[in-house]
Design a protein around this ligand. Structure first.
Ligand SMILES: NC(=O)c1ccc[n+]([C@@H]2O[C@H](COP(=O)([O-])OP(=O)(O)OC[C@H]3O[C@@H](n4cnc5c(N)ncnc54)[C@H](O)[C@@H]3O)[C@@H](O)[C@H]2O)c1
Ligand SMILES: O=C(O)[C@H](O)COP(=O)(O)O
Length: 533
């Protein structure tokens, strides 16, 4: 029976995006634009996916209630209305549409700069008010002026192209922009923001709001560092500028004008200090509000969330590495297998594991194994701590919570195998090693501690360590048979004749505690453990 995935669309996205979801038999879509925070909390558990823009807040509280939620899609760029940390802890993937509104936003920011330079909104309002103020609204040219772009990503880059077409000198400040990329884009690279501020006639901001960028344009910069008469555009995020300090800098004349699309509070409250200023140009967060951008981001996010829920692909996630169909094809087989190895390690290892080490050799060592490591970790944590809520996304955060250190290493030489995955779990001074590989696509366990085996890494397994002496296999077979437990496959290993031996048995059903107790009571059986891997 096929599963239906229920998606809530909480903010306005394009009709084309909604139609895509409605047309998909695997999806059940609820369009509840402007859903209240109370209703969202009450109904959060109904949904496997939620699509938002910037209005709806996906808080930790919502995530705590959203017990079935797997994916949040942001039809746009900024994810500051989503508690991404809480989403990660709850194993919820957050994905956005990074490029769909780039051009619209760059054009909007550029429009703001031009409107501000020529006082367009003020001049328009004066005509509407019946005035003819030709002297009051004398503007400035952009030509041969210096522009400072703070944040030279997708939108910053598009803004730069347009500014150069207007004959502006462009300086970019972006700690992640390389000198070679700056040369390629024909912009001057500023190492320090404070070196560039005194040179700029215009500043435009295009970076995310983070603890590092909050109030990047602070009181000191706005009153002491910027060039007198500078004009500032912010079409990125409100908190990047200290609005109270900007109001004072406008009042003193240090800043000649500013144009904002985004605000510290949206919508701005009654105490919004800039509202009455004649030197301001405002738009109500309209950067991405074009027919084209909304069509792009709406259809893209509908596909992204749908594909994640139905096919398990992950693209443009802000909290998880991508799993596109190609990656899935390359490493998909290793994911379930490595999870089984993690479960096996939990079964054989002592409780309270402190360190989890995973080693890749052979062809796998050249691939991106981030998710494979997480799969092993998931198996270990699920089996050892009984944490069934664990998934690829929250496995590292849960490992941290449990005090489990993770290390990953790679080496090209796989020895006798094409690929080998080895998991080493340490608790105190005890170390447990399990290793496995795919033989012709079939998952095989090839090592348990010092024992080389060839066991099937699937289903119910029983691992028995015993003294190597005649009759042991018969003894185990009889105990299992007497309890109606059928053996599907058996692999033997011993260090040497008369030494320790290990038997890896695949069973058709789970052996009861009684069976295990009986096995453990045999004088030559040293240990017997079972697991469903
Ligand atoms: N007003 C709107 O409607 C609207 C629309 C789209 C995007 N946005 C916002 O615009 C911003 C930029 O979007 P984008 O698509 O260009 O993102 P992007 O990720 O392509 O670019 C952001 C750039 O900021 C840089 N950066 C990060 N920290 C920095 C710092 N401390 N100082 C200087 N640069 C720093 C990054 O290196 C990156 O190059 C985002 O905040 C996004 O949410 C607003
Ligand atoms: O980050 C973004 O994509 C913009 O701020 C657009 O926000 P919106 O989708 O609410 O218009």
């Amino acid at each position: 029976m096929s599963t239906t995935h229920r998606i809530l669309v909480a903010d306005p996205i394009s009709e084309a995006g909604i139609e895509k979801l409605k047309a998909d038999p695997a999806i059940d879509v609820d369009v509840r634009i402007g859903i209240s925070p109370e209703d969202l909390l009450a109904d959060a558990a109904l949904y496997h996916g939620i699509i938002v823009r910037s209005q709806t807040k996906i808080t930790r509280e919502v995530l705590e209630k959203a017990s079935n939620l797997k994916a949040i899609g942001r039809a746009g760029v900024g994810v500051d209305n989503i508690d991404v940390e809480a989403a990660t802890e709850h194993g919820v993937i957050v994905m956005n549409t990074p490029a769909g509104n780039t051009i619209s936003t760059a054009e909007h920011a550029f429009t703001l700069m031009m409107s501000m330079a020529r006082h367009i909104p003020q001049a328009h309002a004066s005509i509407v008010a019946g005035r003819w103020d030709r002297k009051k609204y004398v503007g400035v040219e952009l030509y041969q002026k210096t522009l400072l772009i703070l944040g030279m990503g997708r939108i910053g880059t598009e803004f730069a192209r347009r500014a150069m077409a207007f004959g502006m000198r462009v300086i970019a400040y972006d700690p992640f922009l390389s000198a070679s990329r700056a040369r390629l884009l024909s912009v001057e690279l500023a190492d320090q923001i404070d070196d560039a501020l005194p040179e700029a006639d215009f500043i435009t901001m295009h970076m995310p709001l983070t603890p590092d960028t909050k109030h990047l344009l602070n009181r000191e910069r706005l009153t002491e560092k910027v060039k007198p008469g500078v004009r500032i555009v912010n079409c990125a995020r409100g908190g990047l500028i200290d609005e109270a300090a900007l109001a004072d800098a406008l009042e003193s004349g240090r800043v000649a004008g500013a144009a904002l699309d985004v605000y510290e509070a949206e919508p701005p409250g009654d105490d919004f200090a800039l509202r009455g200023s004649e030197k301001m140009v405002f738009t109500p967060h309209l950067g991405a509000s074009t027919v084209e951008a909304q069509e792009n981001v709406g259809t893209e996010i509908a596909d992204t969330v749908r594909n994640q829920l139905v096919d398990g692909t992950v693209v443009n996630s802000v909290n998880m590495p991508s799993i596109d169909p190609k990656t899935l094809e390359e490493i998909g087989a290793y994911l379930t297998f490595t999870e089984s190895l993690g479960r096996l390690a939990a079964t054989v290892a002592p409780r309270n594991a402190e360190r989890f080490r995973i080693e890749y050799s052979g062809g796998l060592s050249e691939k991106d194994t981030t998710l494979v490591t997480r799969a092993g970790l998931k198996g270990l944590i699920d089996a050892a701590w009984g944490d069934t809520e664990i998934n690829y996304l929250n496995a590292p955060a849960n490992a941290k919570r449990l005090g489990l250190q993770i290390t990953e290493s790679k080496q090209a030489d796989p020895g006798e195998f094409t690929d080998l995955i080895k998991i080493i779990v340490t608790a105190g001074d005890q170390t447990t090693t399990v290793a496995g590989t795919l033989f012709g696509g079939k998952p095989r366990v090839v090592l348990i501690n010092d024992h080389h085996v060839e066991g099937k890494a699937e289903g119910n397994v029983l691992i028995v360590e015993n003294n190597d002496q005649p009759g042991m296999i018969g003894q185990m077979g009889s105990i299992l048979g007497n309890h109606g437990v059928n053996i599907a496959h058996m692999a033997l290993s011993r260090s040497g004749a008369g030494e320790k031996a290990l038997v890896f048995i695949n069973l058709d059903s789970t052996p009861s505690d009684e069976v295990l107790d009986e096995l453990r009571a045999q004088p030559s059986i040293l240990s017997a453990v079972t697991a469903e891997i």
